[in-house]
Design a protein around this ligand. Structure first.
Ligand code: TMP
Length: 237
């Protein structure tokens, strides 16, 4: 497969065309942003960690029946993926109160919910990814009812699989954001699952092992990414 011209550059990844019309190459950057790009920085080594972590997790999810865009890891930073049309929704699952939920609802970070919460944002940087619900998504033609139903089912399945997996690594999965794409008539998981897009807290110490260390200037940002990578056991694979 041949890598062709760059199609798009996002905040954390670049996307390239290939000589196959159904295949793209994503290339993960070390760049980090927060607050809709207002805060900018670099997390050295993040690109390679997020690439390899996402691929590792996507393979686990495929085995558990969640279809993903993953095709093949090409090198430390680059992966061949199925070309999808992204559904413009940020799909968030929360198991514990944190972040924008805590702010909005006045609930202390770390409080466990009785049941997981599914939440949608409209993926639109100009508007700052506003909070919406399924009715907005359908009314605004962002997705159909059938697509929303599939997305919700897959999102809860991803949560179930990841809670158990991270638990085995001594990590509590506080919340995460995923994105889905249209692939033919199917909906498949796309984008990434990494410390950029999850809140991951050490089970014992409750230390934050994710991008909140960057967002909130907590220090040891690179170490947190490396610690998660180490626990995944894929450093030398
Ligand atoms: P929030 O509490 O700030 O709404 O974030 C919920 C989860 O979504 C958290 O795990 C971080 C992740 N997230 C992203 O991946 N991208 C984003 O742009 C935002 C705001 C959050």
């Amino acid at each position: 497969m041949e890598k062709l011209e760059q199609l798009y550059e996002g905040k954390a990844k670049k996307v390239f065309k290939t000589d196959s019309p159904d295949v793209l190459i994503v290339s993960y950057k070390d760049d980090a942003t927060a607050f809709n790009g207002e805060k900018k920085g670099l997390i050295v080594g993040k690109g390679a960690i997020n690439n390899r972590m996402t691929n590792h997790i996507f393979k686990i999810l495929e085995e558990k029946g969640v279809p993903t865009h993953y095709i093949q890891e090409l090198n430390d930073r680059e992966t061949a993926v199925k070309k999808v049309s992204i559904v413009p929704l940020e799909v968030i699952i929360r198991n514990y109160a944190a972040g924008s939920f805590s702010k909005r609802m006045g609930v202390e970070e770390g409080v466990k919910f009785k049941t997981p919460i599914l939440e949608f944002s409209y993926k639109n940087d100009e508007l700052g990814d506003p909070f919406i619900n399924g009715y907005y998504a359908i009314a605004m033609n962002l997705a159909t009812q059938e697509e929303i139903d599939k997305i919700a089912t897959y999102a809860f399945k991803v949560n179930e699989v990841l809670i158990e997996y991270f638990d085995s690594l001594g990590i509590d999965l506080i919340d995460f954001k995923i994105e889905f794409g249209r692939y033919g008539s199917n909906i498949i998981l796309a984008d990434e699952i990494s410390p950029d897009t999850c809140r991951l807290w050490d089970k014992q110490t409750h230390e934050k092992l994710d991008k909140d260390r960057f967002r909130r200037d907590l220090g040891n940002v690179e170490d947190a990414y490396k610690e998660v990578f180490k626990r995944l056991g894929i450093e030398n694979k």
